[in-house]
Ligand binder design. Structure first.
Ligand SMILES: Nc1ncnc2c1ncn2[C@@H]1O[C@H](COP(=O)(O)OP(=O)(O)OP(=O)(O)O)[C@@H](O)[C@H]1O
Ligand SMILES: [Mg+2]
Length: 308
């Protein structure tokens, strides 16, 4: 059977002595998806990603990448860029020297690396020639991205790519993931940042204690909670209230602080609201869900606790 699945995980388990880190986990990632793996500490996210990359041997079950089973050092891994460990660099060498060193250590010729693409996505500009010890956390993470992108990967696997970064840096990483997805790459990443998963992912797997709690599109996951509300800021909130009240997908709109809170029907999209407000000549500064994914996530976890 021809399948376009990039990742197929089936019945995957990993035991460390008495600890079950991953427990009968199955999921599939299709080409072009931005797939988020979300779960609390110790849920088994890193262990799952490590098994996907052939860095850890499964106790049971299997991982296939591009249709073929994963084994340590297998050929499909050449089509995968990954940051699953803390990205380590030689501090007294420049970013560029570090990239070159790492690429050539694998026996490859730098002329075969997709350096322009990697550098354009990572956006380090002139800093690429500075010593890594002068880099901020965010810049080191960008260099990690550049390194993972040298092979122009079809799949990018990132374990908590925004861990330890400040809000500005987190936004930059999120934009980078968005740009990569637009360039046609499939991206799988784990995260604690629920809102970030919602903003950048098309699909989502929620894990707890090694098991799948739910998976599906982000809107399916959020849609399973009753309350859908959006906070927005515009240059004229009173007029926004009038516009929003006239939309069939808005059940209620009211002022909140400097902005407006709108309650939406199940089939509403934030883009519909944005389009209506812009069409009415309003300047839209902010539009975001109000902790919906967070609510959905916590609700799912507590339901799972009760069920198990
Ligand atoms: N090498 C190991 N030896 C023993 N136990 C391990 C090992 N690696 C992971 N574990 C255990 O497996 C469970 C899952 O760990 P894992 O690191 O995969 O979770 P995680 O979801 O990535 O957590 P975090 O959000 O904190 O990174 C934890 O209970 C952890 O202590
Ligand atoms: Mg982890």
């Amino acid at each position: 059977m021809v399948s376009d699945s990039i990742v197929q995980v089936e019945g995957l388990s990993k035991h460390f002595g008495d600890v079950t880190a991953v427990d009968d986990l199955s999921f599939t990632v299709e080409r072009g998806q931005v797939y988020g793996v979300l779960g609390p500490n110790g849920a088994g996210k890193s262990t799952t990603l490590r098994m996907m990359m052939g860095l850890e041997r499964p106790s049971q079950g299997s991982v296939r990448l591009f249709g073929e089973p994963v084994t340590p050092g297998c050929a499909q891994l050449l089509r995968v860029g990954a940051i699953v460990e803390q990205a380590c660099f030689v501090p007294h060498l420049s970013g560029m020297r570090n990239l070159r060193l790492w690429w050539e250590a694998g026996g490859a010729d730098m002329r075969d690396a997709d350096l322009d693409f990697a550098l354009s996505v990572a956006g380090l500009d002139d800093a690429i020639d500075r010593k890594v010890k002068t880099y901020s956390q965010g810049m080191k993470q960008r260099l990690g991205f550049a390194r993972a992108l040298l092979c122009k990967p079809e799949l990018l696997v990132l374990d908590e790519p925004t861990n330890g970064l400040d809000p500005g840096e987190i936004r930059e990483i999120r934009e980078m993931i968005g740009n990569l997805a637009e360039s046609g790459a499939t991206v799988l990443f784990s995260s604690h940042h629920l809102s970030e998963v919602e903003q950048v992912c098309s699909h989502l797997l929620v894990m707890q204690r090694g098991r799948r709690v739910t998976d599906g599109t982000v809107s399916e996951t959020i849609g399973s909670t009753a309350n859908r509300s959006v906070y927005l800021e515009v240059d004229d909130p009173e007029r926004a209230l009038t516009v929003l009240s006239g939309l069939a997908v808005v059940t209620e709109a009211r002022r909140q602080g400097d902005g407006v809170l709108a309650e939406l029907t199940d089939d509403a999209h934030r883009s519909d609201l944005a389009a209506a407000l812009v069409a009415a000549g309003l300047r839209l500064e902010t539009i975001m869900p109000t902790q919906q994914l967070e609510d959905a996530f916590l609700e799912l976890l507590s339901r799972n606790e009760v069920a198990s």
